[in-house]
Write a protein that binds this ligand. Sequence first.
Ligand code: IMP
Length: 181
Amino acid sequence: MRKIVFVTTNNGKFHEVKKIFETKNLEVLQNKDGYPELQHDDLEPIAAYGAKWAAEKLKLPVMVDDSGLFIEALSGFPGPYSSFVEKHLGNHGILKLMSEVKNRAAFFKSVIGYCEPGIEATVFTGTVEGTISYEKRGTEGFGFDPIFDYNGVTFGEMNDDDKNKVSHRRKALDKFYEWLD
Ligand code: IMP
């Protein structure tokens, strides 16, 4: 079975990636060393920089996942700042910001960065569109899952398998797998 090192401290991401790759006969190993996060408006350069940095540091082929929630009415906020905003404002803070807002459109984006030592990183992108719910629903998943409504059900109300069929991460991983193969 082929093995791949996934550098992430986010157990939610790791769990999802592990499950998706299990079906493709790829074993994913978590490395929690972390990497410096480039400040950028787009996720692609952040993922590419992180993957390159970690591959050179660990002297191994590695993958990273940089992802975020982009809310249309907030001009794409929190986007690349999703992790910070989730930690400091949380779902409650986002719902408060959105309390008077009619346009609830939002999307999740995941960028997988893959890099081998000595070469440049390659990135793979996936998105999923939905809306911001009016209240938190469900306890599954992680992060903004309980406020991201996908066709009437939040990601927080979906089990892993159902989220993994449609998620931004799944779409990015499908592209990555096709490329690896
Ligand atoms: P990163 O570690 O900089 O990639 O930050 C990603 C952040 O975006 C996470 O900490 C979550 O707040 C949010 N996020 C990304 N993907 C998801 C998801 O699938 N569900 C819920 N929140 C997510």
